[in-house]
Design a protein around this ligand. Structure first.
Ligand code: GLV
Length: 309
């Protein structure tokens, strides 16, 4: 039996080598090469071409090689009744947290504006904010949101979190469900979206939500482009309600060069790189699940298909 890697970027060889280094006994194939389909037990997948996971009669597990599984659940041709797993990894969480903290500090100290000013040779000192001035609100308190919240506490930020079901985290004020969303938003100056993308959260970052934030709030979306209603963000930036947005994810990736985000002075873009699965760190949990399949044991990091994460 063996494992097939299905992804459309140039990382297939890198994953293949990392898997082979740790488990030379497991046959690992790229979906682009000739491979014995009936011998594939696990598919390790990232943003696959739709339908590419079909035609593996003995497939026992579809493993996302990232934290998200939205791209799998969106595939109408995804084989049903096959367990899906996702990555839960220390470095994925740490990298995300470091990225968001960098964005928060650059917002506090106006670093994005100074870059623009430097480009235009403008000398214009601005008021800056302090850690104690701000409450950071995190939407999504899963594996990534929790680590970010704890890291921010170490800097003495006031941190609060919102999630669909109640989470208890020491030192962090938590809000749950639709009923408590307004109270959470009304007191959040920097909003970080780390929610999974599901039917319930698609388009959650919209005008109605933005209008419940205090004036001059800043948005950080490092989850999925599908969370954001782009035109609502632009409207709320242009009418002065929001002070800026830092985006790592988009509806379309790479983002079309025609999109207004590119040239908007209040939109700060990064190319979906906030936190990228590190093969060395992630391969052991993929192999652990492969061994579990061999031994008929319960898989780690199983996704609930009804919840969507
Ligand atoms: C990255 O976006 C991931 O889901 O791991």
């Amino acid at each position: 039996m063996g494992l097939v890697i299905i992804r459309q970027d140039n990382k297939i060889e890198m994953w293949k080598e990392a898997l082979k280094r740790s488990a030379s006994d497991i046959p690992v194939y790229s979906y682009l090469e000739d491979h014995p389909r009936e011998r594939i037990r696990m598919a390790l997948v990232w943003k696959h071409p739709s339908g590419a996971i079909k035609g593996y009669p003995n497939l026992e597990c579809i493993a996302s090689s990232g934290a998200g599984v939205d791209f799998l659940l969106e595939d109408k041709d995804l084989p049903t009744n096959i367990p899906i797993t996702r990555v839960v990894d220390e470095y994925l969480a740490k990298d995300m947290s470091e990225h968001v903290i960098a964005l928060i500090f650059s917002h506090l100290k106006n670093l994005n504006q100074y870059k623009v000013d430097q480009f235009n040779k403008i000398w214009s000192p601005l008021d800056y904010q302090r850690i104690e001035d701000l409450t950071i609100g995190i939407m999504g308190l899963g594996a990534l949101g929790k680590v970010l919240a704890e890291d921010l506490l170490r800097f003495d930020f006031k941190v609060q979190g919102w999630s669909s079901s109640r989470k208890n985290l020491s030192g962090i004020k938590t809000f749950a469900g639709d009923k408590e969303k307004t109270a959470f938003l009304n007191t959040t100056q920097i909003l970080v979206c780390l929610l999974p993308l599901t039917k319930e959260t698609f388009g959650i970052l919209n005008k109605d939500l933005f209008s419940q934030l205090p004036k001059d709030a800043h948005i950080i979306n490092v989850a999925r482009g599908g969370h954001l209603v782009d035109k609502d963000l632009l409207e709320m930036l242009d009418n002065g309600h929001l002070s800026g947005a830092s985006l790592d994810v988009y509806h379309q990736e790479p983002l079309s060069t025609e999109h207004p985000f590119w040239e908007h002075s209040k939109v700060h873009m990064t190319p979906h790189y906030a936190s990228v699965s590190d093969t060395n760190s992630v391969v052991p949990q993929i192999l652990e699940n492969y061994r579990r399949l061999e031994n008929g044991q319960k898989l780690l990091n199983l996704v609930s298909k009804t919840k969507g994460y």
